[in-house]
Design a protein around this ligand. Sequence first.
Ligand code: CU
Length: 210
Amino acid sequence: MKNATTIVTMTIAAATTLATAGMPNAHTWPMEHIMVSMDDTNALHAHVNTSATNPVEMQRFAGETYDANASTLDNQYYSDQYGWVLDGIVDPGFGNSIWIEMTSQTTGLETYQGGMRMMIPMQTFDPIFGTAGSDMNWQWSGMMTHNWYSASELGDYEANYRIYVGDANGDAISGFGETAIALNFRAVPSPSSLALLGMGSLIATRRKRA
Ligand SMILES: [Cu+2]
C-alpha cells in the first residue's frame, strides 16, 4: 500500500506543476502542428497529421474556472493542441502576411486567439474565425500560434480553412498559390476527471484501512 500512496502523491505533484492557476490546461496534450510551406512557384502548401478518424481531442475540466478573457473556456470542451507553424522559408512579400480564412465548420465550434503555448496569461483569447461575430479571416504573424478551440457539446467537429497571401487588409495578392486544410476535433469525456476519481478512491481505500 505504501507504494501506491507514493505513486498517487507523485501524480498529484506532477499535475500541480503543469497547471497555471486560473489558466486553461495547455500542456495536457502534445503539440499538433499544421505545417505551412511555400514552394518555388510561390504556391502555399499545408500538412497536418490528424484526420476525421484521428482527431484532436477537446476536454472539459469540470469545476475549473479561468481568469479574465480565458473564462470563455469555462465549462467548455477545449484544446490548444493545434499550432500553426511555418515550414521552411515562406516569403509573402513586403507588407503582406499569411492569412487563414475559415470557410466552413461544424456548428458549435469556437476559436479564440492563442499564442506560442508559453505565457498563457499574455494571450488575448480574442474570438477569431467567425466566433462571436469576428472576421472569418485571421492575420497570422508567422510565429507558432496555438489557438484555443472549444465547444459546449460532446461530439465530432471539423473546421475548413483557406490559407493565402494577403495585404494588410486581408485582400489576396495575385501571384501566390493558396491552399486549404481541414482540422478535426472530438469533444470527449475528460480522462483527467476519471483519473482524479481513480486517485480519490485509492486515497479513500487507504484511509479505511489505516
Ligand atoms: Cu507548437
